[in-house]
Write a protein of this length. Sequence first.
Length: 340
Amino acid sequence: MKQTDFARLLTYFLSKFLPGQRNVSTNTIKSYRDAFKQLLLYMSTECKIKPEHLSFSAINSETIKDFLLWLENIRNVSINTRNQRLAAIHSFYRYVQSECPEMLFECQKIIGIPFKKHQLQIIKHLTQENLQLLLKQPNSTTKRGIRDLAIMVMLYDSGARIQELIDLKVCDVRISKPSTITLTGKGNKRRIIPIMSKTRELLEKYMNLEHLFENGKQNYYIFHNSRNQPFTRPGITYILKKYFASAKRLNSDIVFPESINPHMLRHTKAFHLLECGINIIYIRDFLGHVNVTTTEVYLRADTEIKRKALESMYINVVSQEIPEWHEDTDLLNWLQSFCK
């Protein structure tokens, strides 16, 4: 079967351009792949064009707009997901316009499709009290309890994304002072994170129990399940939710968020750093953000910082000369005295 121009360029885009030239992460490539799987499904079910027959001539800016509406109305995806799918399409057509200049005008029309505005969600995080109660839940006298506690403490103390923690290997950990770990983030960007003394002690204890300091284990993953396989995202999420439910049940008088996920510990670390007055530039580097504008979302969301800023410049504008209401029960007399 003859390969179509759309199939050829999409294959090169996903398999060569993104990993080879853009150096994007595997998760980003999977996200882009999922966007085009849905586009192919739309073209097949709604436009009656099978994937093997799909060419650029069958897709224009109106087709993409209809596809986005289909995602929202038929597939019931959120606006965030819709915008992620559009971002993947934008990236692909930027690549296409350099490979096929004759399609430049149509590519630019598709790239010009705007993202849909939506209300920013409140960034959920744990208070210091919530965090302390959560970390008290694992049974630190057992091997599994020490492992689970180490996972939660490392997620918080390092501000790591869940995939960064999953990918952490023995060779990425420096136990001797100054204690650090090396995280590999999006786009294979690496950053060195200092870890606190208590975290180092817990991590060293766990690694000793797992015999990870033995020769030949430098490339072993730090955290693994009972089958000695690296943890998955659902596996770590399950552990976190189990202890979170326990903390809520045993402390019913304390206000907790409705739910928890691993990324919430990263958010929690960012908020706690801000509350301690750490410069946002350092927080950006700590979290591995490319641009400080990404980090500024925590500034906009932290109501306690806003409260302190307002209180520091608050001016008492209430005059002490205004008569109190209870000085006279007669309304007319009160108004007359007020205007003298």
